[in-house]
Structures are given as structure tokens and as C-alpha cells.
Write a protein that binds this ligand. Structure first.
Ligand SMILES: [Fe+2]
Ligand SMILES: [Fe+2]
Length: 328
């Protein structure tokens, strides 16, 4: 990069993206002033409702002794927060790379503002994990591989599609679930503040991809959509199964509690089926599908070409008008 290349940076003039940069300041928060770090995190305290965890709504789980439910739920939350704290550092790296590789002034501005948000999120999760005062379980191989792949990318479209469009839309549902079930006031505060920022980041991803789609041929749009829609449909229908059950077994073994694993899995399967039915009826449309729709990936000609025009979850996602504002 040379000074000459920075001398007359072009702004795309995109109102939405320029507005998100302004909001990064007006909706900013201060990690010291806006969070009461004197609040304690008791080791006996269930930090989230038991229903938050995988299998937490099954009668078999609910019948476990209180100390076992607490232990399993805290281990699950600790594991999730540990993935989130490293995910924030990955996002910070991705934003730094975007800022150095895109030439448009408004895109660069958004990337650097987001990098600061991610640094703050990382710090908030780390501090909360420190207060929990227990060694979190290691992150799983699949997540680590996904983050490694993202960190090795250099193309801005690939970086933005993976981080802001895909991962942040996916994470929005995780945040909303923790926020809804949080019992600990400190956890609820930090998740609420972080979710507000993440909604802007996801907004940038959607607007950037929407612009990219508008300026590329239908064939290129179809190629792009094909890459992402398969993953999106796979992840939105992913529900607790045998892999998650093995974590449950391990955690309960750690504290010497026996349980009927087959029965718990069986009970979870009917909960899973009910959740999938809610998506098919359009009662619950995941953020990933809302983002895909807003970015233009669910246009009829694309769905036809990709061969998912009759997919019930896709049909439900395009039925209702999208009303919420991006990054509000
Ligand atoms: Fe973040
Ligand atoms: Fe983010």
C-alpha cells in the first residue's frame, strides 16, 4: 500500500453501510463503565436456565439431581463462551485483513469499527470465564477447522461472506438464546450489549453481499448462492444428536451420575422434530435464512437453479415480509 493509493479513497455512497459506521459510535458501549464487573459469579449458581442446554428440556435431564443439572449446564455454557471468546479474536483478525484489503472508504471504516467491537467482546467473554473460575472444555475439532480455514482466506468476498454474513447470522441465534435464558445478571448484561453490536456486523455482511449480487451475472449469483445455501440449510436444521449426547455422558461421568442416554436421545428427537416443524410453518425463521433472503440469495430464479425451490423451510422463509431493520 502506498500513500497515493489512499489519497482519494472512493466511498461507495451506500447509505446503509455508511449509517452502520455512524451507529458503531452512537451505539457504542464502554467495557468498564457500562458493565458492573463487581457482580459475582457463584460456583453453585446455574448461570442460565437448564432449558438452554442441549437436552435440557428432556424429562430425563430434568429428573437428574440438581447438582448434576447445574454442573452439566455450566460446562456447556463454559464451552460455548470459550468458543465465543476465540471466535471474537478470529473476527478481529478477519476485520483487520478486510480493512487492509478493501479500497472502498466505507467498507474500510466499517471493518475497523467492527475490529474494535470484537476486541471488546473478546475481553468481556474472557473476564466472564475468569469469574466462572473453571477450566473450560477444549473447543471441538470442527469449530477449530472452520476458524483455521477462515483465518487462511484473503479474498474480501470470501472473508465477509464467511464472517459477517454466515457466522454472525448463525451467532445471532446463539446470542438470543443465551440472552433469553440467562439468569446471571452480569452474563445477561454483556450478552445484551454484544448482541447489539453483532446485529450491525451481520447487517454489514448482508448489505455487502446484496451489493455483490446486484453487480454480478445471474450465473455468478447462482454459484455463490449454491455454496452457501447448502451449508445454511444444514446448520439451521442441525439439532442435538449423538455427538452432543457423548458430551452429556462425559460430563455426567465426571461427577459420577448415571443416566439413561438412549431415553434422553429419544426424548430430544421429538423436541427436535417440533422445532423443525416451527421452521417449516414459518413460526421461527432463523437469522441465517433472513440474511440469505435480504442478500438476494432466495430469489426464485436462484432457488430453481439450486434445486431447493420446494424446500419447506426455504418456502417458509420467503413467505412473510422482512420487517426488522438491519443493525437497529
Ligand atoms: Fe463479536
Ligand atoms: Fe461480530
Amino acid at each position: 500500500m502506498r500513500t497515493r493509493e489512499l489519497l482519494n479513497l472512493e466511498n461507495t455512497g451506500h447509505q446503509g453501510i455508511n449509517a452502520l459506521f455512524a451507529k458503531a459510535h452512537s451505539a457504542d458501549w464502554d467495557i468498564e463503565r457500562d458493565v458492573d464487573w463487581s457482580l459475582s459469579v457463584d460456583s453453585e449458581e446455574p448461570l442460565v436456565e437448564y432449558e438452554w442446554g442441549a437436552f435440557g428440556r428432556t424429562p430425563t435431564f430434568q429428573a437428574l439431581p440438581e447438582h448434576a443439572k447445574n454442573y452439566v449446564t455450566r460446562r456447556g455454557l463454559g464451552r460455548m463462551l470459550n468458543i465465543l471468546q476465540v471466535g471474537e479474536s478470529v473476527a478481529q483478525d478477519v476485520c483487520a485483513k478486510i480493512a487492509l484489503s478493501v479500497r472502498q472508504e466505507d467498507y474500510r471504516n466499517h471493518a475497523v469499527a467492527q475490529a474494535m467491537d470484537e476486541a471488546r467482546h473478546h475481553l468481556a467473554y474472557r473476564r466472564f470465564l475468569d469469574k466462572m473460575n473453571e477450566q473450560p472444555e477444549d473447543i471441538d475439532f470442527g469449530t477449530e477447522m472452520m476458524f483455521d480455514d477462515l483465518l487462511s482466506q484473503t479474498d474480501p468476498l470470501r472473508l465477509i461472506a464467511t464472517e459477517q454474513f454466515f457466522l454472525e447470522s448463525l451467532a445471532m441465534n446463539l446470542f438470543e438464546s443465551i440472552q433469553k435464558h440467562a439468569r446471571n445478571p452480569l452474563l445477561r448484561t454483556i450478552i445484551t450489549l454484544i448482541t447489539r453490536d453483532e446485529s450491525r456486523h451481520m447487517g454489514f455482511g448482508v448489505l455487502y453481499i446484496a451489493e455483490w449480487m446486484k453487480t454480478h451475472s445471474l450465473d455468478a449469483q447462482i454459484d455463490f448462492a449454491r455454496q452457501w445455501l447448502g451449508q445454511i440449510l444444514m446448520i439451521v436444521t442441525d439439532r442435538p444428536g449423538p455427538l452432543m449426547l457423548s458430551r452429556m455422558t462425559q460430563r455426567l461421568q465426571e461427577i459420577g451420575v448415571d443416566y439413561d442416554a438412549a431415553q434422553m436421545l429419544h426424548e430430544q428427537q421429538s423436541i427436535n422434530a417440533a422445532e423443525i416443524a416451527d421452521m417449516k410453518s414459518g413460526q421461527k425463521v432463523p437469522h441465517l435464512l433472513k440474511s440469505a433472503r435480504r442478500a438476494g440469495l432466495l430469489k426464485p430464479e436462484i432457488l430453481e437453479a439450486v434445486g431447493i425451490a420446494d424446500h419447506p423451510i426455504v418456502k417458509a422463509a420467503i413467505r412473510e415480509p422482512v420487517t426488522e431493520a438491519l443493525g437497529a
